[in-house]
Design a protein around this ligand. Structure first.
Ligand code: FES
Length: 173
């Protein structure tokens, strides 16, 4: 047992909780071990307030997309599908509106409608450089390179979606 375990029971509890997994009980235990800030109290009680805290960040409200925050952080384009860094090289991810975004080579992105043309199942993203996209339902296979059908009951390939990279995001132009 380390010195930290003796003087910081919350740290020890958190460690045990992590070892047991991230179940709802573990989250509840962790929530009870806050930092050095006072616990929020009910309205009218000493040291507490029922009013939500005002943003303390020098950058303003992180959910404010009006451009009034004066932040120099890049804005997420409204047509963004996914951040470039979230698409593995040699693999892909399914993003909103059932779009499969693939990065077959570093910096090269492709996108397809992820709905299988056979019966509409969402296809599995490729991984580890596999050149094939597979449908988990009846095993239709499609080429990463162009979405064309390779095998299986699907009669056609995946529908291509035009994408480009802008500001660190894969976007629909
Ligand atoms: S739904 Fe994809 S192969 Fe049948």
């Amino acid at each position: 047992m380390s010195v930290e375990d003796v003087f910081n029971p919350c740290a020890a509890t958190a460690r045990r909780t992590l070892l047991l997994g991230a179940g709802a009980m573990g989250i509840a235990v962790l929530a009870g071990c806050g930092g050095d800030e006072p616990a929020p109290g009910a309205g009218g009680q000493p040291g507490g307030s029922s009013a939500p805290a005002a943003p303390t960040s020098a950058r303003g409200n992180p959910f404010d997309d009006t451009g009034s925050g004066g932040s120099d952080e890049p804005k997420v384009p409204s047509n963004a599908l996914v951040a470039v860094g979230e698409v593995p090289v040699g693999g892909g991810v399914i993003v909103k509106d059932a779009v499969l975004v693939i990065q077959p080579a570093k910096g090269t992105f492709k996108a397809y409608d992820a709905m299988c043309p056979h019966e509409g199942e969402i296809v599995d993203p490729p991984f580890d450089g596999n050149p094939i996209i597979q449908c988990p339902r009846h095993n239709s296979k499609f080429k990463v390179a162009d979405g064309s059908r390779v095998a299986g009951p699907a009669l056609r390939g995946l529908k291509g979606i035009r994408v480009e990279v802008r500001g660190g995001y894969v976007v629909r132009p």
